[in-house]
Design a protein around this ligand. Structure first.
Ligand code: IMP
Ligand code: MG
Length: 173
């Protein structure tokens, strides 16, 4: 495995897009407070940047879920960490690093919706629409990408590459 020589999305484009998303989100929620529900681990850098760029009140919390994909599973999702925030009556914005099959986001949306939030929306830095197996779609998308495996800016391959400031394609050789 090796990384693409140049980033798929460089740090300057990421920063500019995060700022745009933050402006859009701040305008859409008007003066409401929101809970940024950060999906661990891949979204931690995106959520940190988004949080600091918002001009509305926001708190941050976390959720971690694992989806078993592939040959020997049905794509079942289980939770490793649940938010401590009392969700009832809150405006919740789920922050995902990447929407792939959509199973993780669908399970989180279902879980949160059952807790009686005032509203729940989904924001994904990256979106691979070609890979979707559920009906879920994001309300805010940073960058749609093709069917390729990417790392950097929080996203990993076997826990590596999260520290890279830009998003790279992982190439198999
Ligand atoms: P989904 O449930 O299939 O949508 O997958 C969600 C999770 O799979 C994401 O939150 C990522 O952690 C991981 N994932 C999917 N595609 C990629 C990728 O291209 N690079 C790194 N992680 C990925
Ligand atoms: Mg991951």
């Amino acid at each position: 495995m090796r990384l693409s020589d140049t980033p798929l999305i460089d740090a300057v484009r990421i920063a500019a897009r995060v700022r745009q998303l933050a402006n859009e989100i701040s305008a859409d929620y008007a003066q409401s407070e929101i809970v940024l529900l950060t999906v661990l681990k891949g979204s931690f850098l995106f959520a940190a940047d988004l949080l600091r760029a918002l001009s509305i009140g926001a708190t941050i919390d976390f959720v971690q879920a694992r989806s078993y994909d592939g040959t020997n599973s049905t794509g079942e999702v289980h939770f490793l960490y649940l938010p401590e925030t009392a969700i009832a009556g809150k405006h919740v914005l789920i922050v995902e690093d990447i929407l792939d099959t959509g199973r993780t986001a669908a399970a989180i949306l279902e879980h949160i919706a059952a807790l009686g939030p005032a509203s729940v929306r989904l924001c994904a830095l990256l979106d691979k629409p070609a890979r979707r197996v559920t009906a879920v779609s994001a309300d805010y998308v940073g960058f749609p990408i093709g069917d390729e495996f990417v790392v950097g800016y929080g996203l990993d391959y076997e826990e590596r590459y999260r520290e890279l400031p830009a998003v790279y394609t992982l190439l198999s050789e």
